[in-house]
Design a protein around this ligand. Structure first.
Ligand code: AKG
Ligand code: FE2
Length: 267
């Protein structure tokens, strides 16, 4: 895993709210991650969130579950996934990109567009989560080549600077987000085509989406969302279980090591 950064990359990320790293995982690391992801997905069956957490199950034939196969918090059941996403080197890299002094895992997720999958409607990530922050971010690692044909990501550069916490579901109307943000309509998207092993990082308020998979092959990715240290519960359940939510008050700092492990901190 190559976590080196140049000042130019930091400046670009802070300006655009998105960046693609051309050499992130080696071929061997992609193999290792693919094996770990496949084993975890198999182990989870129709359960969406591993370990303690929201008990949601996959709904066969729903529109959403035909956008991608989605399984979350694999780090809780797989040591290889844990090794990568809880690695302090990665945490430090992400903190440098955001200019923050510490970071915790929010949730990881594998997002796999099966053959002929629906597009991923334009959306923002952070408004779904149980804390609000302008410095939350996600890393999206391509485990297959992500192409225009199979549904690579597209980002709207600079959208993170004007986004609020209004959002849409990832529904059937790919452009619903633009009803809330007419100012996004004229932004030229960045097309994030990636070879397997490349990675994109996007801010939690950056608008992004993906096309359909128009091929008979899967488009698999492994991603992880991160929360700046000190972030506070905003009352939204998201991936938390009812028991976890019952123990929280709006305004509590989210610092449960079993749920949101500290990955890196400057102190
Ligand atoms: O993989 C996709 O199609 C969507 C990815 C996404 O929304 C994310 O990583 O936040
Ligand atoms: Fe997203």
């Amino acid at each position: 895993m190559n976590t080196n950064l140049t000042q130019e990359q930091i400046d670009k990320y802070q300006r655009d709210g998105c960046i693609v790293f051309e050499e992130f995982l080696t071929e061997d690391e992609v193999e290792e991650m693919l094996k770990a992801v496949s084993e975890s997905v198999e182990q989870m069956g129709k359960q969406k969130v591993a370990g303690d957490g929201n008990a949601e199950m996959v709904e066969e034939d729903s529109y959403y579950d035909s956008v991608f196969l989605q399984r979350l918090n694999l780090w809780k059941i797989n040591d290889t996934i844990k090794k990568y996403f809880l690695s302090p080197e990665l945490g430090e890299m992400l903190c440098k990109l955001e200019g923050i002094d510490g970071i915790r895992v929010w949730h990881d997720q594998t997002l796999q567009k099966p053959p002929w999958a629906n597009p991923t409607a334009w959306h923002l990530d952070n408004p779904y989560w149980s804390f609000h922050s302008k410095n939350a971010l996600s890393i999206w690692i391509a485990l297959d080549d992500a192409t225009l044909e199979n549904g690579c990501l597209h980002y709207l550069p600079g959208s993170h600077k004007i986004a609020r916490y209004d959002n849409v579901d990832i529904g059937e109307n790919i452009s619903d987000l633009f009803k809330h943000y007419p100012e996004f309509r004229s932004i030229e998207p960045v097309v994030a085509k990636m070879k397997a092993g490349m990675a994109g990082v996007h801010n939690g308020l950056s608008a992004h989406g993906a096309g359909p998979n128009m091929t008979p092959y899967p488009r698999r990715a492994m991603t992880c969302a991160y929360m700046p240290i000190g972030s506070r519960f905003n009352g939204q359940k998201n991936i938390l279980s009812d028991e976890q939510v019952a123990k929280l008050k709006v305004g509590d700092v989210l610092d449960d090591e079993q749920q949101n492990p500290l990955v890196w901190s400057a102190k």
